[in-house]
Design a protein around this ligand. Structure first.
Ligand SMILES: Cc1cc2nc3c(=O)[nH]c(=O)nc-3n(C[C@H](O)[C@H](O)[C@H](O)COP(=O)(O)O)c2cc1C
Length: 224
């Protein structure tokens, strides 16, 4: 099955949609050519099914997702909860602090009435990245395999660093999972775990390292 090529959804000009500074950019190295005929739909039933979109297909994807973000679309029914319904302390505190730091650095203040829309469009523009990887899992896979998928993506992200690239995992793509699946041609047997934006770091954007909880807070050392 080929990815859907027809432009059936709403359109929006990308440059108008971006409210804040993007983080990632195309660099001197172009993405490798996709193996012929490899889409999320016609692959054998691998445990983890990554699909990389680039070029016109990535632009098409961003255009449709951004149109939905700008329209205030609450997104498709989620296939799995992004976060627990009752996110308690200290997780909620850490989550809020990291989000506030990250978006403040991009010029989006907490009290900005357009904050949700601005955040959604930054995400739907893949932070400016030219390549977006989507990680699907076969629906029969359980929590153990979802853990495997996290490890897999971490490895991909580390290998990208070794190549001089940066990346950002984005669970937000699950909000627009039907748009993504239509454009990448994913089979109904697959569930979208998340997207990963890939590009070269933009040098002129303020650098931010989100805070990390101290190891003594996060690890219990037991035994003599
Ligand atoms: C699985 C996963 C999904 C994430 N989804 C999003 C997302 O949708 N949008 C976003 O802005 N950050 C998301 N994040 C957080 C960022 O990708 C990133 O991890 C965070 O900004 C910390 O970056 P740093 O380690 O470079 O400071 C996600 C992180 C993970 C691990």
């Amino acid at each position: 099955m080929k990815p859907a090529a027809a432009d059936t959804g709403p359109t929006v000009t990308s440059s108008v949609a971006v409210y804040a500074e993007n983080l990632l950019t195309s660099g001197p190295v172009s993405a490798p050519a996709a193996p012929v005929g490899r889409t999320a739909a016609d692959r054998p039933a691998d445990l983890i099914q990554p699909t990389a979109t680039k070029g016109a297909l990535a632009l098409e994807l961003k255009k449709h997702a951004t149109a939905r973000a700008l329209a205030g679309d609450p997104g498709d029914e989620r296939e799995y909860p992004m976060y627990p319904a009752e996110l308690t302390s200290p997780y909620l505190d850490r989550f809020s602090a990291a989000a506030a730091q990250r978006y403040k650095a991009l010029g989006i203040e907490r009290d900005d009435p357009d904050r949700p829309k601005k955040i959604a469009t930054l995400n739907s523009e893949a932070f400016g990245a030219p390549v977006v990887l989507f990680c699907y899992l076969h629906r029969t896979m359980g929590p153990g395999q979802w853990g495997d998928a996290g490890m897999y993506l971490q490895t991909v992200m580390l290998l990208l660093r070794a190549e001089g690239l940066h990346s950002c995992p984005q669970v937000m793509w699950t909000m627009y999972r039907k748009t993504v699946s239509r454009i990448v041609g994913a089979a109904d047997t697959l569930a979208l775990f998340c997207g990963v934006s890939v590009g070269f770091e933009k040098e002129d954007v303020p650098r931010l390292r989100t805070e990390r909880a101290d190891m003594t807070e996060t690890v219990s050392f037991i035994g003599a």
